[in-house]
Design a protein around this ligand. Structure first.
Ligand code: OOG
Ligand code: MG
Length: 261
């Protein structure tokens, strides 16, 4: 494998993953192209690719955590948490209708979202993380790997901004709810396709929020008040199909849904 040693290569890789996302066309895994990225370099590629989105006018609205449940780690064959920025372009109006045209091989997964009312960054306790939450909500994330066959290494997926592609958020609820063991049912056309519990997300989704603050701090960033944080999927993801009504019913928190044309 080639060792990536210069900034120029990282820019080229960022352009590659960004173009793949922009044109909805797959590329081969960076690792399969012989690019031996370290995790640190992979986050640099992610940063550079998100910078390209921002230069096209997209705005960062928050971050997502990935692989915070065993189910997801096992499904994708990886063994660590990841994170990446969410932009306004990825936001899908709750209850709205989407076309699959702008995606490659999209999948959907059930999540919990947080809305912050205080800046969070660095090492925070669970209590501090909870105190920064204005509201929580059920959420559906659409992931769409830019790699052939949705296959990647941990470094590949980080470089590809963690497959981030779309998300929708149900009505925000008071943050007082205990989120540790809520039933989460994801349905396609009213039939359950995944049944899980919020406990699958690091035992408690607030732990994912504390982890988000920590990783942001490590990257020299903050999660400003007003940010959205997706805590990560509680179950495996399911492939999206045309003509489907996708709905997440989350105990205590309510519903998040959208339709696929
Ligand atoms: C990477 C994104 C993982 C989650 O919630 O675990 C993720 C992928 O599975 O393609 O968003
Ligand atoms: Mg996710």
């Amino acid at each position: 494998m080639n060792k990536i040693t210069n900034e120029l290569n990282l820019h080229t890789l960022a352009e590659q993953v960004d173009n793949a996302a922009y044109t909805a066309q797959t590329i081969s895994q960076l690792s399969a192209q012989g690019e031996a990225l370290t995790l640190e370099q992979a986050y640099k590629v992610q940063d550079l690719s998100v910078a390209r989105r921002l230069s096209r006018g997209e705005k960062q609205v928050g971050i997502k955590m990935g692989f915070t449940s065993r189910a997801k780690m096992i499904q994708m064959g990886v063994d660590d948490m990841i994170w990446g920025p969410l932009t306004d372009q990825m936001f899908i109006e709750e209850g709205g209708e989407i076309s699959l045209d702008r995606f490659i091989h999209p999948r959907v997964e059930p999540e919990i979202a947080f809305l912050l009312n205080k800046t969070l960054s660095g090492n925070v306790t669970l209590t501090q993380a909870m105190a920064a939450v204005e509201a929580g909500a059920p959420a559906l994330e659409i992931i769409d790997s830019r790699y052939d066959n949705f296959k990647f290494s941990l470094e590949d997926v980080v470089a590809d901004n963690c497959s981030s592609s779309g998300f929708t958020i149900g009505a925000w609820q008071s943050p007082n709810a205990n989120l540790t063991n809520l039933g989460m049912v994801m349905e396609f056309d009213g039939k359950p396709v995944e049944i899980g519990s919020s406990a699958a997300i690091l035992g408690n989704p607030y732990r994912s929020l504390a982890a988000a603050a920590r990783v942001a701090g490590e990257a020299g960033k903050v999660l400003p008040a007003g940010s959205i944080v997706l805590a990560g999927a509680s179950t495996v993801a399911q492939a999206l199909k045309p003509n489907t009504h996708v709905r997440l019913v989350c105990e205590s928190l309510g519903v998040a849904e959208f339709k696929v044309k």
